[in-house]
Design a binder for this molecule. Structure first.
Ligand SMILES: Cc1cc2nc3c(=O)[nH]c(=O)nc-3n(C[C@H](O)[C@H](O)[C@H](O)COP(=O)(O)O)c2cc1C
Length: 400
């Protein structure tokens, strides 16, 4: 795709990665983009770069707009992660920019990644701004959204927020604006991105959204480092970030299980039936089939997390341990929780699952249910009752 003029003299010069399907363990079914933005002003300024294998895509686009890479005066590094900085060594060597702006944490991180002593790095902090000619760039550090170095750049004359990974989506498309793609797909990918990348830093996101509100920043365009530009649905994505960062849930329960000979699966279905019989929506997922990052997307807005595994060698099944380790690291909060599973003789899986639920600070509404080998009809009826107990807890929370 050629460079794309977003507004007069402001270009998308990023790269589309149609083929990426695994992004450090996050399944990216719809590929991704690495967005870089060029502002042609008295000081020609590039915001962020691309992943290393896409260096030539970026350079090609820059040459198309500028004719000569050495016309770049400034580079702003909003985020040091390799998918946005991998192209920097080649780019800095060839463009010879006068200055490379980054946050104080970015200064350290750039050295720790690239070990280059002679890059013209300039630290900028929250409240600092630079003039690039007709336009100003204001910087706001966004520590731990989602790395220590992260910052965002605001151009008041254009009402543009260059948001690095915030508001991003792993979504490869030839379209560049939110209103040119399918709304449901876009919001699904934005939710998946929040659940799998941003969720652990929700307290920081909540604070940042308040700061941005207090600063009364006028925003006409949000330019994220992945996916499409927000133009028509800015309110929707900000409202979604407000909901997600304060752990607001929808009225559904998520049942995730792992099984060898289908006994735990039978229990999962019976619990789901109990929930449904009380009018609660349920999503059932199988840890052997569903990808951990898709399960995580469903965790984001679930009110209850119900996890089941049979016991294997005194532990839960490894695919369940994978999913729970991943979910725990992303720090979901304010959930109702319950555990279940079939076993043969020692039955430790439920105890181990409960430990994960405790670490997620879930409100555990049942001590955990175990059935020896293949569950009997009576035991499955008991599972239905457990589903009803969870449903009751969901309703109580809803009315609280
Ligand atoms: C290789 C293997 C190891 C097992 N290890 C244990 C164990 O350590 N403790 C236990 O209680 N059951 C153990 N079991 C028994 C299973 O938990 C039991 O068969 C259970 O009903 C399987 O439920 P599922 O069909 O949901 O996987 C083991 C089974 C297998 C096949």
């Amino acid at each position: 795709m050629p460079p794309f003029e977003i507004k007069k003299d402001i270009y998308w010069v990023g790269a589309i990665d149609w083929n990426v399907r695994d992004f450090h363990g996050y399944s990216t079914k719809r590929g991704s983009t690495y967005n870089a933005y060029l502002v042609v002003d008295e000081k020609v300024t590039l915001f962020d770069a691309v992943k290393k294998p896409f260096t030539n895509d970026l350079i090609h686009k820059l040459i198309k707009v500028l004719g000569d890479l050495e016309k770049i005066d400034y580079i702003v590094v909003n985020h040091v992660e390799m998918d946005h900085s991998g192209a920097l060594p080649e780019l800095i060597k060839r463009a010879k920019p006068e200055k490379v702006f980054c946050s104080p944490m970015g200064y350290k991180a750039l050295k720790e990644h690239f070990h280059e002593e002679d890059w013209p790095l300039v630290e900028v902090k929250t409240g600092d701004s630079i003039s690039i000619g007709k336009r100003t760039v204001q910087f706001i550090e966004t520590r731990m959204i989602h790395w220590p170095d992260s910052m965002i750049s605001y151009i008041p004359e254009e009402k543009i927020l260059i948001a690095q990974d915030a508001f991003g989506q792993h979504y490869a498309t030839s379209e560049r604006f939110d209103d040119e793609v399918k709304y449901d797909e876009l919001m699904q990918e934005a939710a998946k991105y929040y659940a799998n990348i941003v969720l652990p830093f929700s307290p920081q996101v909540e604070k940042l959204l308040k700061t941005v509100e207090e600063m009364k920043l006028e925003i006409e365009l949000i330019l994220p480092d992945h996916g499409v530009i927000w133009r028509s649905h800015i309110k929707d994505i900000i409202d979604a970030y407000k909901r997600w960062s304060t752990y607001q849930a929808r009225n559904y329960a998520l049942v995730v299980y792992a099984t060898m000979w289908h006994s735990t699966e039978k229990m999962a279905m019976a619990i789901a039936n109990g929930l449904m019989s009380e009018g609660i929506s349920v999503k059932v997922m199988n840890a052997s089939i569903d990808h951990r990052s898709d399960i995580m997307t469903q965790v984001l807005e679930a009110k209850a997390l119900v996890f089941g595994s049979s016991t294997l060698n005194n532990n839960m099944l490894p695919q369940m341990a994978d999913v729970l380790t991943y979910i725990k690291g992303l720090r979901p909060r304010k959930k109702i929780g319950a555990a279940f599973g079939s076993f043969g003789w020692s039955g430790e899986a439920v105890k181990h699952i409960n430990k994960f639920l405790e670490e997620m600070q879930a409100e555990i509404v049942h001590p955990g249910y175990r059935a020896k080998f293949v569950p009997t009809h009576e035991q499955l009826k008991e599972c239905v009752e457990i589903g009803k107990t969870i449903a009751k807890a969901i309703k109580e929370k809803q009315n609280a």
